[in-house]
Design a protein around this ligand. Structure first.
Ligand SMILES: [Zn+2]
Length: 252
């Protein structure tokens, strides 16, 4: 594998336009449960007998905010209880060295921000868990961890409206601005795409890979397991991001 890593590193070193795509597998290396989008913390159903996709949906947040928040709080505690790992730090370092390196993440834990990725080149396609904001008056509230210790749902200090995280719940639209940025960058094209710890069932993950390959670029997957994407990339580095990314960076 070391020879392949050296070859990929060479391609990255020579490239200006690079896209790193990250998913739950990267955060799993930090000890977060592997979840698919918001749902996989649970196997199928909640204690209330609902599919987790229904509990963590936009309509449920409106209909029964306490129930939705019960599961948002579990996500929040899991994310606050872990931290960025060597994989996040390697990506941030790559972005510092390469001003044309963009990051598209499905993760909502905020670890890329914590690791120092330049946020003007980070596209958070599923949003983030913090800071909370008021659904009624829009006030921003940075105290996620404090709210998780109190009765749910968390309420706005100013108007007592229900707070929510800037995250994409099930049945909600992807953030328009994030999509627009992604497609604007895709039109400019990428020479290398690195897909890290994602199973890639969404079009906005598959499309950058397909477009880059069509244009003659190099697509690389870093994942201990085979995924839907494995057949679409030229190189599959079967390892954990935590191990592979720092190795890759040491060659650049
Ligand atoms: Zn309010």
């Amino acid at each position: 594998m070391d020879e392949v890593i050296a070859r990929v590193a060479q391609a990255i070193a020579a490239a200006e336009r690079i896209l790193v795509i990250t998913g739950a597998g990267l955060s799993a290396d930090s000890g977060l449960p592997t979840y698919r989008g918001l749902g996989g913390l649970y196997n199928g159903h909640t204690a209330e007998g609902l599919p987790i996709e229904a509990a963590l949906s936009g309509p449920m947040l409106q209909r029964d905010p306490a129930l939705c928040w019960k599961y948002l709080a579990e996500l929040g505690k899991a994310c606050l209880g872990a931290q960025a790992n060597a994989g996040h730090h390697a990506i941030a370092e790559l972005q510092r060295r390469k001003p044309g390196c963009w990051l598209l993440t499905q993760n909502i834990d905020g670890y890329h921000r914590a690791a120092g990725s330049p946020m003007e080149r980070v596209i958070e396609i599923h949003g983030e868990l913090a800071p909370l904001y008021c659904q009624s008056c829009g006030a921003v509230d940075p105290e996620l961890s404090e709210h998780l210790k109190r009765p749910l749902p968390p309420r706005c200090r100013q108007c007592a409206g229900v707070l929510r995280p800037p995250v994409v719940l099930f049945e909600e639209m992807l953030p328009e601005q994030a999509i627009a940025r992604l497609y604007a960058e895709l039109r400019q094209g990428f020479e290398v795409v690195l897909s890290v710890g994602t199973s890639a069932s969404f079009p906005y993950i598959v499309e950058p890979v397909l477009r880059t390959r069509q244009a003659g670029g190099l697509c690389v997957e870093i994942n201990p397991d085979s995924t839907d994407l494995s057949a679409l990339v030229e190189v599959h580095l079967a390892g954990r991001a935590l191990d592979v990314l720092p190795k890759l960076l040491s060659h650049i």
